[in-house]
Design a protein around this ligand. Structure first.
Ligand code: GRF
Length: 195
């Protein structure tokens, strides 16, 4: 399956997916393009280093037409599965309609905890610490019109440890959960095990 990855940030989830492909843990898909909505995203050099097609499609440059441009690019690259790997913009109808059950996201909590508008990045972990949960984790889910509301594909739990800061917790959730379940979910979909 041809995979397109949408990113905005550092790209560690992208890296985990590319490593899993290199190591044969993801066998049924390959990343054909990486699109960022931020010009300085650390994810871009990670893709470029591997010779993967990269593009920046930002709101600053394209305004309201940005999503249409992303869709046109994905279609031009014959992308079959779109992976949101730390993509901070909220998608509208166009991509959702074009990729029904072929659009997935990774969220750094055990959904439905700590989700929806405003819960992204470090804020999710700050909220988890404020609430005092003892277990958190990550979720891979299909994207639908509700923010973080699509069907859950995989989840992995991670303990909150005494003395954790939002940063130490974020790191643990990434290493122990996100980087594990994102490639797994991609393989499940690409190999046809999830319809
Ligand atoms: C991750 O925590 C992911 O769950 C969230 O944004 C962060 C992206 O990190 N959606 P990276 O760009 O993959 O390093």
């Amino acid at each position: 399956m041809r995979i397109g990855v949408l990113v905005s940030g550092g790209g560690t989830n992208l890296e985990a997916l590319l490593t899993a492909i290199d190591e044969g843990r993801v066998k049924s898909g390959r990343v054909v393009t990486v699109v960022s909505n931020k010009a300085g995203a650390g994810a871009l050099p990670r893709a470029a280093r591997r010779g993967i097609n990269c593009r920046v499609i930002s709101r600053e440059e394209f305004g309201e037409a940005a999503e249409g441009e992303i869709l046109a690019h994905m279609k031009a690259k014959k992308v079959e599965l779109v992976v949101l790997a730390g993509f901070t913009a909220i998608l509208g109808e166009a991509l959702l309609k074009a990729y029904p059950r072929r659009l997935i996201n990774i969220h750094p909590s055990l959904l439905p905890a700590f989700c929806g508008c405003g819960y992204y990045g470090i804020r999710v972990h700050e909220a988890a610490l404020r609430r005092g949960v003892k277990i958190t984790g990550a979720t891979v889910h299909f994207v639908n019109e509700i923010v973080d509301g699509g069907e859950i594909i995989l989840q992995k739990a991670v303990p909150v440890l005494r003395g954790d800061t939002a940063k130490t917790l974020q790191r643990r959730v990434m290493e122990k959960a996100e980087w594990v379940i994102l490639p797994k979910a991609v393989e499940l979909i690409c190999s046809g095990k999830i319809k």
